[in-house]
Ligand binder design. Structure first.
Ligand code: NAD
Length: 501
């Protein structure tokens, strides 16, 4: 038997073996076998890493923004050079196919590209002559040490959303990635040091609840950026803000795709397949709910989807022909399959059942075939909750108003899409729907890096989004200086507040 591979923390520019004595298993989802174990940090280990980051941060903040950007330019090139290796590593722990793993890394790199523009993005504002001889200027300063706590489903993109912008702004970062696929975050941090980032500015500390709680309670952590499931997001938000930290905490999702009778049905079928089943449905911007408007649209949609879904066969994540790979863990597989059973028990019509799927040669892998439900209704818990697997649910609506209400009233409000040729209806829908990110004939409307990412309702706690200028605002604090230089004129003494009267 091969020796156990250990995945260490990466602190102060070095691989740092864990000392807590606690480890988590890292699986190969294709085979179901444990392929490595990852150190799980104790609160004391986390505290030491935070101290290290704190000691390094002031010098980094003093590096001018253009030089900070140069490290990121170099980093982008280095990640691109290592793309194949990173994508294979990511795929081997997450289970998404290699091409999709490259997309995960590329979307993160696009935030690094945005962060390369930090000299422009971080510029303050200046008003000359705000009063007699008085100028006012504002500047954005880094917060200090900040934490990034990330989910398993985008082990490259989401860490880069956070550390790309945070580092560019002059902060030091503690990245606590998902313990399910921790290797790529470590490689990303190693490459940052290779690109010239001073040691101690980007640290990866693995762990579970104990490590997260240590972050949330530590006085030297000034901000926490979190992405994960909603209950944990709410917990992180509550505990972090109670400890006076700035917190943005993105949660789960249940995105609706509304199909109008005038939609291009070829495009809709194509888009739904990719966005419902791609990455085995483990995307917070997946479209797991289709809402056809009118019986005729619904019947046509179901009729056209069924033969296409039946062709979707999952495969090993390393197979270049696989449409999607296994889900991340046995526990997750069981959870998704339990939701399928719940849907059946609640009375939804299971048109295609993906349970019990096995891949020859990978009998113990965490594979689930694609499932399709018709006649799902809003009172069903399998509709209300996130399934996060390769399951598409069809909820039939009579008109656009009813369809829009479903998305608007759902507890989650991450993304929504409308498929139509009617520009006016789409415009009105985009304006009124109670959801944070909207696609018009775009099934996965993940905004580009220089715009901003964030859902509404139980999909996000806190007010500031990820990346784009929102990210710069999140990772900086603003200082405003009102200045006057002595001119010899002594102004009148006054005991009332100065005004611009
Ligand atoms: P998760 O909530 O289980 O884990 C997220 C992070 O929280 C991990 O780093 C994990 O170690 C930590 N964590 C887990 N349990 C904890 C606890 N009890 N106390 C403190 N920390 C804890 O999420 P996941 O399963 O890794 O990721 C999938 C979820 O993330 C889905 O719900 C998905 O919708 C969501 N997600 C949301 C977005 C978004 O931007 N809204 C993006 C990607 C994923």
């Amino acid at each position: 038997m091969a020796a156990q591979r250990d995945i260490h923390h990466f602190i102060n520019g070095k691989a740092t073996p864990g000392t807590s004595g606690r480890f988590g298993d890292v699986f190969d989802p294709n085979t179901g076998e444990v392929q490595a174990r990852v150190a799980l940090a104790s609160a004391a280990e986390m505290g030491k890493a935070i101290e290290t980051a704190r000691a390094a941060q002031l010098a980094w903040a003093a590096v001018n923004p253009q030089r900070r950007a140069r490290v990121l330019f170099k980093y982008k090139a280095l990640v691109e050079e290592n793309m194949d290796e990173l994508a294979r590593l990511l795929s081997s722990e997450h289970g998404k196919v290699v091409a999709d793993a490259k997309g995960d890394i590329q979307r993160g790199l696009e935030v690094i590209e945005f962060a390369c523009g930090i000299p422009h993005a971080i510029k303050g504002e200046y008003t000359e002559g705000a009063g007699p001889g008085i100028d006012v200027y504002s500047m954005r300063q880094p917060l200090g040490v900040v934490a990034a706590i990330t989910p398993f489903n985008f082990p490259a993109m989401i860490p880069m959303w956070m550390f790309g912008v945070a580092i560019a702004c002059g902060n030091a970062v503690i990245l606590k990635p998902s313990e399910k696929d921790p290797s790529v975050p470590v490689r990303l941090a190693e490459l940052m040091v290779e690109a010239g980032l001073p040691e101690g500015i980007l640290n990866v500390v693995h762990g579970d609840k104990e490590a997260v709680d240590a972050i949330l309670d530590h006085p030297d952590i000034k901000a926490v950026s979190f992405v994960g499931s909603s209950d944990i997001a709410h917990y992180v938000y509550s505990r972090g803000t109670a400890n006076h930290k700035r917190v943005q905490a993105m949660g789960g999702a249940k995105n609706h795709g509304i199909i109008m009778p005038d939609a291009d049905m070829d495009q809709v079928v194509n888009d739904l397949l990719g966005s419902a089943y791609g990455s085995a449905g483990e995307r917070c911007m997946a479209l797991p709910v289709a809402v056809p408007v009118g019986e005729k649209t619904a019947n046509e949609l179901v009729e056209r989807l069924i033969p296409e879904i039946e062709k979707l066969v999952p495969g090993a994540s390393t197979d270049p022909d696989a449409i999607y790979g296994p889900v991340v863990s046995q526990a997750h597989k069981e959870k998704v399959e339990a939701w399928i059973q719940k849907g059946v028990d609640e009375g939804a019509e299971l048109k295609i059942d993906g349970r019990g799927f096995t891949l020859q040669g990978h009998e113990n892998g965490f594979f689930i075939g694609p499932s399709l439900f018709d006649h799902v209704t809003p009172d069903m818990s399998s509709y209300k909750e996130e399934i996060f697997g390769p399951v598409l649910q069809i909820v039939r609506a009579h008109d656009l108003e009813e369809a829009a209400r479903l998305a608007s009233e759902h507890q989650y409000g991450n993304g929504v899409a409308i498929f139509t040729r009617n520009g006016l209806a789409a415009r009105e829908f985009a304006s009124k729907v109670n959801v944070g990110m909207v696609g018009v004939n775009v099934p996965i409307p993940v905004p580009v890096a220089y715009h901003t990412f964030g859902g509404w309702k139980r999909s996000a706690f806190g007010d500031v989004n990820q990346h784009g200028m929102e990210g710069v605002r999140f990772f900086t604090k603003i200082k405003t200086v009102t200045q006057r230089w002595p001119s010899g004129d002594i102004s009148d003494q006054s005991f009332v507040i100065p005004t611009m009267q």
